[in-house]
Design a protein around this ligand. Structure first.
Ligand code: NDP
Length: 452
C-alpha cells in the first residue's frame, strides 16, 4: 500500500473508531474492506466526492429490544435482541439471525456490513442486514426455545417483511428456530409470505438451502484451484466447526474426492487421520442436530481418532483449510503453521474467521485465499432463490437449485478475478476482488439516489 493510501485508511479508521467506540469486530471488518478499497476509491473520484465510505459504514437503522420469556421452571428470563438494517440500496435487507451468548452490537454490525458486499456479489437484489440475540439455545428445552422465539418475533415482526427485510439462520438459528419464528410471524400478521428463509420444505423452504453455504465454499475452492490448473481430487482438508456450514462443506469435499481430516466445536477438535467418510458425517449431523451432543464424542464412536481439548485444528498438516465455525478462529501464527505445512489454498466458510494478521500471511505467501464474503455467499444465494420461489409460488428441484448455486459461485469467482489483479495467470488477490466487485454495484446505486 502506498503512503497516500495508508494515510487515507488511517484517517478514515480513526474517525470510524471515534464514532463507534467499543466495537472491535466492527472496526476489524471495516478495516479489512477499507484497506483494499481505498486505492480504488481514491482513483474513482465520484465515490470520494459522494462520501460513499462514510455513508456505507453507517447502518440505515438499528433496532434494539428486550425479549422476556419464561423458562421451564417458571422463572422470568430477559435477553437483548437486535436487528441491524445496514443498507438496502440494491434490494430488501437480507441477513441471518444469530443466537449465541457472544452476540453484541459490534458483532452484528460487522456481520451486517459484510453482508452488504456478499449479497451484492451474488448478483441477486438483496441489501445487507444482520440480527440476533445473546440468548444461548444450548441446554434449553425445545419449549424454552419456542417461547423465546415467539417472544422475539412479537417485536421483530414490526420491522421485517418480504419486501422490507428477510432474515434467515446463522449460528444457533437452524431449522427448529426458523420454524418457531416463522410460525409466530404468520400468526401475528395473518399472512403466509416468504419473510424468512431457511424454512422447512413443507412450508416454503428451498431444497439445497441447508447445504448451500458449505457446498458453495467447496465450489469456490474448486474454482480457485481450477484457475491454477489444480483440482480437489485426493486433497486433504482441515475443516473447523461441526455445525451447518462445516458438515456440508465436509460432505461436498467427500463427494469431490477430497479427504476432510478434522471437525471442531467450542470444546476442541477431532482428528481422523483416515478421513471423515459420509457414514461418519451422518453420525456427526445426527449428534449435532438431534442429540445436541459434543464433537468429543466422535472418538468414542470411531477408534483411531483423537480429540484435542481446547485447541483449534490448524496444526494438522493439510492441502486445504476451511474455517467454518466462527469469527477470529484462525490467527496469524496459525496461518504461518498452515503455510509451513504446505497449504495450497484456503476458503472461509464462516464469517471473518481469519484475523487481519492471518489474511496478510496468506496473501503474502500467494496462497489462493477465498474471503468469507465471496466463499460463503452460497447460503444467502440460495436464500435469494428461496425468495424467488416463494414469490413465484413454485418449487425448483434439487438439481435445478444446485445448478444455480454452482453458477452463482462461478460468477462470484469471476468477479473477484476481474478486480483482484493478476491478469490471466498471475496471483489473484480475492480479498481485493471481492471487496471492489461487491462495492461497485452498491456504491453506484447510492450515487444514483442522490443524498439519502
Ligand atoms: P452452527 O450454529 O450450525 O454451527 C456453529 C459451529 O461453530 C459449531 O460447531 C459451534 O460449536 C462452533 N462455534 C460457535 N461459536 C464458537 C466459538 N466461539 N468458538 C469455537 N467454536 C464455535 O452455525 P453455522 O454453521 O450456520 O455458522 C458457522 C459460521 O458460518 C458462522 O460464522 C456464520 O456466520 C457463517 N455463515 C453461516 C451461514 C449459514 O447459511 N448457516 C451463511 C454464511 C455464513 P459449539 O456447538 O460448541 O458452539
Amino acid at each position: 500500500m502506498s503512503s497516500e493510501h495508508a494515510s487515507a485508511v488511517d484517517t478514515f479508521m480513526q474517525g470510524l473508531k471515534k464514532r463507534n467506540p467499543g466495537e472491535p469486530e466492527f472496526h476489524q471488518a471495516v478495516e479489512e474492506v477499507v484497506e483494499t478499497l481505498m486505492p480504488f476509491v481514491l482513483a474513482n473520484k465520484q465515490y470520494l466526492d459522494g462520501r460513499i465510505l462514510d455513508r456505507l459504514t453507517e447502518p440505515d437503522r438499528v433496532v434494539i429490544f428486550r425479549v422476556c420469556w419464561e423458562d421451564d421452571d417458571g422463572n422470568i428470563r430477559t435477553n437483548r435482541a437486535w436487528r441491524v438494517q445496514f443498507n438496502n440500496s440494491i434490494g430488501p435487507y437480507k441477513g441471518g439471525m444469530r443466537f449465541h451468548p457472544t452476540v453484541t452490537l459490534s458483532v452484528l454490525k460487522f456481520l451486517g456490513f459484510e453482508q452488504i458486499f456478499k449479497n451484492s456479489l451474488t448478483g441477486l437484489p438483496m441489501g445487507g442486514a444482520k440480527g440476533g440475540s445473546n440468548f444461548n439455545p444450548k441446554g434449553k428445552s425445545d419449549r424454552e426455545v419456542m417461547r423465546f422465539c415467539q417472544s422475539l418475533m412479537v417485536e421483530l415482526h414490526r420491522h421485517i417483511g418480504e419486501d422490507t427485510d428477510v432474515p434467515a439462520g446463522d449460528i444457533g438459528v437452524g431449522a427448529r428456530e426458523i420454524s418457531y419464528l416463522f410460525g409466530h410471524y404468520k400468526r401475528l400478521v395473518n399472512r403466509f409470505t416468504g419473510v424468512l428463509t431457511g424454512k422447512g420444505l413443507a412450508f416454503g423452504g428451498s431444497l439445497v438451502r441447508t447445504e448451500a453455504t458449505g457446498y458453495g465454499a467447496v465450489y469456490f475452492m474448486q474454482n480457485m484451484l481450477a484457475r491454477v490448473g489444480d483440482g480437489l481430487e485426493g486433497k486433504t482438508a482441515v475443516v473447523s466447526g461441526s455445525g451447518n456450514v462445516a458438515t456440508y462443506c465436509a460432505q461436498k469435499l467427500i463427494q469431490s474426492g477430497a479427504k476432510p481430516l478434522t471437525l471442531s466445536d467450542s470444546g476442541g477438535f477431532i482428528h481422523d487421520p483416515d478421513g471423515i467418510t459420509q457414514e461418519k458425517l451422518d453420525w456427526v449431523v445426527d449428534l449435532k442436530t438431534q442429540r445436541r451432543g459434543r464433537i468429543s464424542e466422535y472418538t468414542q464412536q470411531f477408534p483411531g481418532t483423537t480429540f484435542h481439548e481446547g485447541q483449534r485444528p490448524w496444526s494438522v498438516p493439510c492441502d486445504l483449510a476451511f474455517p467454518c465455525a466462527t469469527q477470529n478462529e484462525l490467527e496469524e501464527e496459525e496461518a504461518k503453521t498452515l503455510v509451513g505445512n504446505g497449504l495450497k489454498a484456503a476458503a472461509e466458510g464462516a464469517n471473518m474467521p481469519s484475523t487481519l494478521g492471518a489474511i496478510r500471511i496468506f496473501l503474502g505467501n500467494q496462497i489462493p485465499f477465498g474471503p468469507a464474503k465471496a466463499a460463503n455467499a452460497g447460503g444467502v444465494g440460495v436464500s435469494g432463490l428461496e425468495q424467488s420461489q416463494n414469490s413465484l409460488r413454485i418449487a425448483w428441484s434439487a438439481e435445478e437449485v444446485e445448478d444455480r448455486l454452482k453458477s452463482i459461485m462461478e460468477s462470484i469467482h469471476e468477479q473477484c478475478v476481474q478486480y483482484g489483479g493478476g491478469g490471466d495467470a498471475g496471483y489473484c488477490n480475492y480479498v481485493q476482488g471481492a471487496n471492489v466487485a461487491g462495492f461497485v454495484k452498491v456504491a453506484d446505486a447510492m450515487l444514483a439516489y442522490g443524498v439519502v
